[in-house]
Design a binder for this molecule. Structure first.
Ligand code: ATP
Ligand code: MG
Length: 423
């Protein structure tokens, strides 16, 4: 006998681990990056208004409870269908398909399925993709060690390019919507591999055990070209309204900071579209780095003559500059006095690779309108994506959850690498 796991545990796990829609997208983007894709595309399609969608689904649920006569069911179906047809946003890329599907429905079940599928989020990459075996094995194993195992066999460059290790990131798809379709293929595959998951089968109301819910990947249609590889994560039956405003908020608060803002070119280009229109992802604007009220830049490294050292400079906008340099002993004593959550031991300090930090401080009260940027409100708006605490980057890619605090205007970049920096 061992633990038996109720199917609904999966839903709890997903909900506990993925704290926001932005983090959910970040996890899927991270998987595309880990798959060595050159970029990732996120397409959000809201072809049917959220109000019409919710209303129709509520009415369908009522119908099932009240057991209407077949003719009353049909009348209701026709009425709801008409309402949905009138609520289609024809600017959405697949609006015509949704229209066609709604016109062809015959039953309440068809209507429900058409309405659930009308709005979607897809995360598409051109990475290594997954074979049928990987999809069935690694993708369907919670807590998979596939990447961790892989890391042991990787050279240091490959290891630096692999962020995942917990084996739970893709559960974030369930936060976005109840239905998941994965379409993926490796170069060696002739056909796509598909996997469908209906998360509502893991419902809180059900006592089913995890092993009772069967999921299996299938071989799908032929690939257009043998060279094609990659993955499309398609989420439908969305849990909320993905209005343009909601998407813009996520782009500003979460996606803008995925790439290290101090690097001149984007390491991992991300394209976000809402109903076909590109939502621009803000980049750190050069003026921001010139109008700070305080700045600190430092490096943690091992020097042949002095051992571990954290040193750097602090500048104030008034022109005052101060250098600092802490030895290993001083760092340990500062950490002890600061009552850090982690007990900083010499072993922990020695296990760290070299990193650099750079942060900028802005005094909200001293912000002013700026020539070439705009009035005070514009200055604040353009600064906002970069505020909120220290952001941590590993090899140019953001590591969550750091940076969600209350401080403003602090940016941290850390780039530990294998070799100690002895310059
Ligand atoms: N876009 C993708 N392309 C290729 N393989 C993928 C993709 N998304 C997921 N996988 C496979 O599914 C596995 C599980 O992904 P998941 O994000 O849950 O875990 P992880 O990336 O290994 O670790 P973490 O939880 O830290 O992100 C991955 O290890 C990988 O093998
Ligand atoms: Mg992952």
């Amino acid at each position: 006998m061992s633990f038996r796991i109720a199917a609904r545990t999966i839903l709890h796990l997903g909900a506990e681990l993925i704290s926001s829609d932005g983090i959910a997208l970040y996890e899927l983007i991270k998987n595309a990056y880990d798959a060595r894709s050159p970029s990732v595309q996120i397409n959000i399609v809201m072809a049917l208004s959220r109000a019409a969608q919710r209303d129709t689904l509520d009415r369908i649920a009522d119908t099932r409870e009240n057991q209407l006569s077949p003719s009353a069911q049909r009348d209701l179906m026709l009425h709801l269908r008409q309402r949905c047809l009138e609520s289609i946003d024809y600017s959405a890329p697949c609006a015509r398909d949704v229209h066609k599907k709604l016109e062809s429905i015959r039953t309440i079940d068809d209507l429900e399925s058409a309405v659930l599928d009308a709005n979607s989020i897809s995360v598409i990459d051109q990475g290594e993709g997954m074979s049928l075996a990987i999809l069935n094995d690694a993708f369907l194993t919670i807590g998979t060690r596939s990447k961790r195992r892989g890391k042991d066999a990787m050279n240091s460059d490959e290891r630096q390019h692999t962020l995942g290790e917990k084996g739970i990131g893709r559960l974030s798809a369930m936060r976005l919507g109840d239905r998941l379709r994965v379409r993926t293929a490796q170069k060696a595959d002739h056909r796509w591999n598909n996997l469908d998951i209906d998360w509502s089968a893991f419902s809180h109301a059900s006592d089913a055990l995890l092993e009772d819910i069967h999921l299996a990947a299938r071989v799908g249609g032929q690939k257009a070209s043998p060279e094609t590889s990659g993955t499309e994560i398609l989420v439908r039956a969305l849990k909320r309204d993905w209005s343009r405003k909601h998407v813009e908020g996520i782009v500003q608060q979460d996606l803008a900071q995925i790439n290290d803002p101090f690097e001149s070119s984007l390491r991992f280009p991300i394209t976000v579209r809402h109903n076909g229109e590109i939502i621009p992802i803000p980049r750190l604007e050069p003026w921001i780095l010139k109008h700070y009220h305080g700045r600190c830049a430092g490096k943690f490294r091992r020097l042949p003559s002095r051992g571990l050292v954290f040193s750097g400079t602090m500048d104030e906008s008034s022109g005052k500059t101060e250098n600092f340099s802490y030895s290993e002993v001083e760092l340990l004593s500062v950490a002890r006095e600061s009552h850090l959550a982690v007990d900083l031991s010499p072993e922990i300090l020695h296990s760290l690779g070299p990193f650099s930090v750079e942060f900028y401080w802005f005094n909200r009260r001293k912000l002013t309108a700026l020539d070439g940027v705009g009035d005070l409100t514009t200055v604040r708006d353009r600064l906002r994506p970069w505020t909120g605490g220290l952001l941590v980057f590993r090899d140019g890619f953001r590591v969550f959850p750091y940076g969600g605090g209350t401080m403003i205007g602090l940016i941290w970049t850390g780039r530990p690498s294998r070799a100690a920096d002895t310059s």
